[in-house]
Design a protein around this ligand. Sequence first.
Ligand SMILES: C[S@@+](CC[C@H](N)C(=O)[O-])C[C@H]1O[C@@H](n2cnc3c(N)ncnc32)[C@H](O)[C@@H]1O
Length: 244
Amino acid sequence: MCFFTTAHSSKIMAAEIKVLFCVGKSAFTEKIHGMGNVDPVLQYVANNSLREHPVLTKLRLRTLEDQWSTMMVASDQAQLMANLIRLINATKAIEIGMYTGYNALNMALAMPESGRVIACEIESTYIDIAKPFFKEVRTAQDTHTTPQFDELIAAGEAGTFDFVFIDADKFNYDRYYEKSLELIRKGGIIAIDNVLWNGKVVNPAPSDLTSQGLDALNKKLHKDQRIELSMLTVGDGLTIAIKR
Ligand SMILES: C[S@@+](CC[C@H](N)C(=O)[O-])C[C@H]1O[C@@H](n2cnc3c(N)ncnc32)[C@H](O)[C@@H]1O
């Protein structure tokens, strides 16, 4: 399912952030999430840098009630991506793997009102959680199931997107990356989540095809002359690929 959203300007409630955030652990790096475990350094980062839109706060707290809430993007990572969107004046973005919509909404809020976010999610229960929060800020909506790369390319939208966030089924990451590279413009950004996969990419077990696949993609991107590259240890590992 894809939401086409239009962003509205955000108001920041910095005073509340110190109360609302706590820091949870992801297995490799720490993840600022609100799961309850407190790492003092990351708590400091949360307290002194996070500027979460009130609707995002509500969505994050609702998502934490879900049994799979560890899938939610870390708040500091989302804020970094929002700032990248602002930096490159992005107005068209795709998210592959929306879950309950925290980052899709985060991206929409970082764009002007004419902005467009296509957020793809296969599980309808997650979309149902996201919908009321999207409704609070969106003015337009359309829905699909999985990423419609070929339809977008056929519709003449190759080279027109500014930002893609890849955060869905890991086996398809390479395909998502190649299609995203077609869809984004020069200077556009592809952000890829979970590239450290709990640290297992360092020495993938012979039976661990997911870690092997992510490791292969990491190594491919390292040599890929079509992009500028950074691999960050934020969250579970975030690759930033900028199209040359
Ligand atoms: C890690 S979560 C995404 C977290 C989300 N980006 C956020 O901001 O919190 C991955 C999501 O991808 C979804 N997913 C898996 N395969 C997919 C596919 N082929 N197309 C669309 N969504 C998919 C899963 O159902 C899951 O909700």
